[in-house]
Design a protein around this ligand. Sequence first.
Ligand code: HEM
Length: 253
Amino acid sequence: MIAYLGGVSLEGGASTTATFLHRFILCISRHPRVQARAQKDLDAVVGKDRMPQMDDITQLPYIEAIIKEVHRFYTTSALAIPHATSTDESVEGYFIPTGSIVFMNIFGIYHSEELYDDPLVFRPERFLESEFGTKSGADTAGLRGDLHFGSGRRICPGSHLANNAINMNALNILWGFDITHVSGENEGRDLPITPEDFTSGMAPGPKPFKCNIKPRSERHAALIRKAFSEARSIFRMFEHELAVDEFISAEEE
Ligand code: HEM
């Protein structure tokens, strides 16, 4: 049972968080204006003498807005996991008998023109303008800020872990690196959104794309190397067969 629970958590947690970060990096690489605003906030709150910590996110509403917009724009699990009705139900005149398979169309809700202005435009600012990023006058009854984790009794049990991992990664990536689209063009206009642009599965990620990722300065790079070195013993437990040691020994020379 313990192995089963561990396996389910690993399965449910690894690809979802990883593909979210792929989508996050894709969005950032195509939106230099968004990246610049996030880094300006990070410089004011965190500065350049330390790396971000978990609590910093509470003082960085624009970065929270970016994360929410990536969840909305690139819904991780478009239809969640199929549910089934345990009783006869009636919704807006439709009879749904016991045992019907029901999908939650999260992508549909997150891209509804009734709820969002320009839903196919990536614009984190919408989440600073209203609680759910919705347009003025939208009927938000029943809407939640975390629909991307599903609904009801089978809602994602890993949402808190996922939020912590995503927040920490987003803070570190934006604090430490400049990410640019390789062509340097098409700002904000070419985020792929059709299914053909994505891998298949429950949590599709973007197909391989090119971008440049460079430390923002030698000062940032030095602090990242130091943090990496300090985490060495933890990495060792999990990644002893990977090339981490080569990186560290090169670092120590
Ligand atoms: C970006 C991160 C994640 C997203 C967007 C996400 C999203 C979802 C969604 C939409 C569902 C289906 C809920 C429903 O049908 O109502 C789900 C289920 C599930 N998730 Fe996540 N998830 C994420 C991360 C994680 C993590 C980190 C873990 C565990 C460590 C996890 C474990 C699970 C499990 C075990 C289920 C099945 C729950 C059940 O059927 O009772 N997820 N997730």
